[in-house]
Design a binder for this molecule. Sequence first.
Ligand code: PLP
Ligand code: COI
Length: 360
Amino acid sequence: MNIRYELLAPADRKKLPNCVSDMPFGALRTNHMFLVDYLDGEWRDARIVPYGPIPLMPGAVALHYGQAIFEGAKAFRHPDGEIYLWRFEKNAERINHSARNICMAEIPEDMQQEAVERLIDVEREWCPVEPESALYIRPFMFGTQDILGVRPSDSYTYCIMLSPCGPYYKGGFSKSLELLITCKYHRAVSGGTGTSKVAGNYAASLLPAEYAHSQGADQVLYLDCTNTYLEEVGTMNHYHVLKDGTFIIPEFSDSILKSITSSTVLELAAAGKVKARQEHIRLDSFIEGVKSGEIIEAGGLGTAAVVSPVGKYILEDGTVVTVGDGRVGEHTRNLYELYNGMQTGKIPAPAGWLKKVGRF
Ligand code: PLP
Ligand code: COI
């Protein structure tokens, strides 16, 4: 791909601050971004330019009808000093699943791969090395056509921006989350867009998240629309751990995002590295299991969340159910250490899971 570079002079570039892990997730930006436009059936003008405003017509489809999708991926600096992408090809594949789901143009996966490597190559010094930190990658695409009829845009912009980050939840891995389980709100429905990272899913999660905060919880653990089965959190998949150390992840359905992190844990299980499987999990048996002590740990899985422990569930009637002693358990800690160890190059990862960022 032909990429045009319009780079800031070294003197005009900001530098990576110390202590990224203390900053709110997503607060930082690097100096540049990647952009490419889709028009008349072709991707055009691929460019790496200073991070800044993107011109958009007020009638752009993305602004009115939400034709917008995104991904979340990470890169890590390894002990050899090189930067490695973690399973980015899975994100490249999934953004095209999301694109198909809301009738957008697909983005060639080799173009996405080259774009992310070239952008990171320009921003090498922005990859942090503190514990629990990473270079977070946010690819996204939006419909730019200036029309008011409800129909798919015929033009798009695909962008990649970077954000050096610490943990997603304040307090990091050592602080257990509290989740609200409610029948009042649902994240996604069968036949809808729950398997995709479309912007509207996240807009719809804002009010439920505020409700969760008003009830003393960090987030909502969503149920399916019959209020029978556990689904996921608005920012991560869910798991619980049985007494024998097995991780149970809700079976992917057409209203759950097929998490790359969960899928990776299941691949590790197939290779005998952890005990994990998927099941349809009834809310009533889950609560019973937590109360009886059959379920000893719980948490969330995601790119931003990595492995995030959950210590308590707040139920609709205000009852609080504590998992184990409410603190981070050993299985959760071991999984986090294995996962993060592979991502950061401290523990060998299966072939193909890490890709060294090229030097161009
Ligand atoms: N579920 C939702 C709704 C998410 O937004 C995310 C984050 O991407 C996840 C689950 C975890 O998915 P992944 O592990 O691919 O980041
Ligand atoms: C991610 O884990 O990358 C996500 O996209 C989740 C969240 C930040 C919305």
